[in-house]
Design a protein around this ligand. Structure first.
Ligand SMILES: [Zn+2]
Ligand SMILES: [Zn+2]
Ligand SMILES: [Zn+2]
Length: 187
């Protein structure tokens, strides 16, 4: 039973979906700090809160309002013009190990996307992010410069594993449903 390439793509999509929760995917796709809250035009209304429950960017007034007050909300901070989150806040949702933390206004934060000031220079493999090759401050302790770099690496790794399993499984019948990992090491 050999799978066609469209089958493969469909399977890859399914695996990705199972491994990367919708709220995280949506968070990593956002643009930040560009618009302000339409619901609260007069108050301090920067859209710097992300509601995990609604997968929505909201302002601090929305966050304490009736709709979101009981939801899981993460505060987005600005660091080097990029969005960062407190590592403690993010740890409640995903495994943040191996992601390089930064200091921003005395807070320990991790970046959603690679930070620009680490340059686009490709550094030696040993001292750089395994995904984007930006320099890491502590390459002995961390492997990725941002959440999205880790997500990418983990998804690639899992899909590769799945492929190998598939190949190995073609000779002897395996229960494919059991073969798909229910829980990734990341989440
Ligand atoms: Zn608002
Ligand atoms: Zn909400
Ligand atoms: Zn990176």
């Amino acid at each position: 039973m050999s799978s066609s390439s469209s089958n493969q793509v469909a399977k890859a999509k399914k695996v990705k979906k199972a491994l990367q929760p919708e709220w995280l995917k949506s968070l990593l796709k956002r643009t930040f700090f560009e618009s302000s809250c339409a619901t609260h035009p007069v108050l301090k209304n920067e859209l710097n809160q992300y509601c995990v429950t609604c997968t929505e960017l909201i302002c601090q007034n929305c966050a304490s309002g009736p709709k979101h007050v009981l939801h899981k909300v993460i505060t987005i901070y600005k660091h080097s013009y990029k969005a960062v989150v407190r590592i403690d806040a993010m740890r409640e949702h995903i495994d943040c190990s191996q992601i390089q933390p930064y200091k921003s206004n005395k807070l320990s934060v991790i970046a959603l996307e690679p930070l620009p000031h680490h340059g686009s220079v490709k550094w030696r493999r040993a001292s750089s992010c395994k995904t984007c090759r930006r320099k890491l401050a502590n390459p002995n302790l961390y492997r990725y410069c941002s959440i999205s770099c880790k997500v990418q690496a983990v998804l690639t790794f899992i899909l590769l594993k799945e492929d190998q399993k598939e190949e190995a499984g073609t000779s002897k019948r395996v229960n494919k449903r059991k073969g798909t990992p229910a829980r990734a090491p990341f989440f």
